[in-house]
Design a binder for this molecule. Sequence first.
Ligand code: DUC
Ligand code: ZN
Ligand code: ZN
Length: 458
Amino acid sequence: MKTVFTGGIVVSSYGCRRLDVLVEDEKIAALGNDLDATAARIVDAAGCYLLPGFIDAHTHLELNNGRTDTADNFTTGSIAAVCKGTTTVIDMATPERGHTLKECLAKWNRMAEGKSSCDYNYHMSLIEFNEAVAKEIPEMVAAGVTSFKMYMAYDNLRTTDAELYEAMKAIQKVGGMLGVHCENGDLVNALQAQFLREGKTAPKYHPLSRPNALEAEAVNRYLMIANEAGLAVNIVHLSTREALEVVLRARENGQKVFVETCPQYLLLDDHLYDSPDFEGAKYVCAPPLRSIQDQQALWQGVIHGAIDTISTDHCDFNFASQKTLGKNDFTQIPGGLPGVETRAELLYTAGVATGKISIEQFVALLSENIARQFHLYPQKGVLAVGSDADIVLWDPNANGVITAQTQLQHVDYSAYEGFQTVGFAKAVYLRGKAISENGRLLKGQQGKFVFRKIPEGK
Ligand code: DUC
Ligand code: ZN
Ligand code: ZN
């Protein structure tokens, strides 16, 4: 089966070119201006950018947080992703205490296989670290899972600093990638307890219990430990000016540090926690939304390349039936925001359409840099000969409005209700197959596990 995409502008981090793209079966076979289109189906991409499918390197599509399940699961969350241009997700696989990594991997495969409408892989979470877990690290890599996740907050997930250090050494040995949730968990606990003792139970105390310093301190500690272990590391969902300053200092000292932020930290701010009628609960996530000054610092980081990737931390709970679990105690509000569906539209609107970032940076932040960092490149993250034909026909002039009513995410609210958007994934192809058109699913559940391989010498 041959398809030629004609008349579009192909974008990578290096630049834009008017090129036709020939797809044969699942792969890109050629790019050029005089391609042989005999016996090929023609897709007219005039007026559109041809972008590599977006990759979301931070989702919790199907998770039980100990009390309740996310509103989405792999079936619904991946439809929301792919219909708006995200063709691959790297989901956070999180084991239950006492379970092996292999058991966790099997569980995540059961949840995703035959259900996901986009391609997928996982970051394997290490919620403890001992000899048995150390033995499983190379086994995960052999199974195609090359990245790991650890936590410095949340009592049910976090490890000690010594465990973090030992895990880093084990990951370093196999050339894997580690991402860490950086907040000082002890201090979060202390501040939460203090507010509750004082009878301060409303959502507005959520950000006050997780101030900027707690993230910056954890980032600093994490990077110091990583430097001792000699491991290049990733910081997930970085949200503050102070933490970014810590990263810049470490980089000046020669350390290799990757930084991810999320749309919510670039577009929403902490005044939303003061919303009436418990509406502030909609925005409870960790780290919390921050100040306008933090937002500005993060935008500078995005513009000047200090921030490498933008993923979503999609982890959604219904407002009416789940966020209300914390009606009388903000610490019981399930944390997380919906977002896998809206990342590209939001970033195009607030970044590219405003002139803050170029279309090349947009592609780098949402696809190419993620593929490079997480061992998916050049299979994913680029439109090049031999790459998977994950193609987004991006209409830069389409206008839209984000509303919960029309969203595909299986949740009862949007954190971006009423946001007007520019730019839209007019059509999405996954490994050469048309998966969505005008935001609607054509054929679902075509997603596959993407086996990742660490390049030699890494
Ligand atoms: N914070 C996390 O660290 N994970 C899921 C959701 C959230 O808000
Ligand atoms: Zn986190
Ligand atoms: Zn997360």
